[in-house]
Design a binder for this molecule. Sequence first.
Ligand code: PGA
Length: 255
Amino acid sequence: MRKPLISGTWKMNLNHFEAIQTVQKLAYLVGKDELELVDVSLHPPFTDVRSVQTLIDTDKLGYALGAQHCHWEEKGAYTGEVSPVFLAKLGVQYVICGHSERRELFGETDEMVNKKVAAIQQHGMTPIMCVGETLEEREAGQTEAKVLGQVRAGLAGRKPEPIGALVIAYEPIWAIGTGRTATADDAQQMCAAIRACVAELAGAEAAESVRVQYGGSVKAGTVAELIAQPDVDGALVGGASLDPDEFAKICKLGA
Ligand code: PGA
């Protein structure tokens, strides 16, 4: 049985003071008992990571620290980038890569995602690799080709290495920040197809252990039905994770 993972990504929202307040409110609402049943990772902007880490560690909150992005190189002349080594040193456990906003707005390619997945794992952290189709691709019947193509590209060239600790987030781009969610059936179908693709690439054991999240306008009202699907192992939550009350409900319903 895979333990569900609910990940809250704040994107470019909340400064480090607001981050501390948000986590404090959340900790009051979702405590140790709930976290026995569900893993929760928090992905603040870089400037907040240290503050959130201190709070999680000092108060032993049981949340996993996450990041939204990193470079694949350990160090060097990459102005503005952050090394996976620095994130690991801060106790980051999960790093998002290949998010559609990074792919669309910042030119992140499949090749870059592939290098990042490997680098994140190499430094003992778990990548949350995002994949998803645009509305045009969906309407043209290309959903599976696009999504599985991204999965294959992100994991290419690893054989005979085992797949390692990995989360894949299925995020239809038309559902991100739009208030539109894939139906539970559609989410299940794609998450199952992603798992089957992992089986083909890395074997049945890897497919069984990989956690596949759904992301895209997840709210307290929709999360339970999504997570009830056999191949949906959690949710990647953007907008709704900024509100501790709403996010707490999502975490509890996701358990
Ligand atoms: P959203 O974002 O929940 O605001 O749609 C999800 C995401 O970008 O991962």
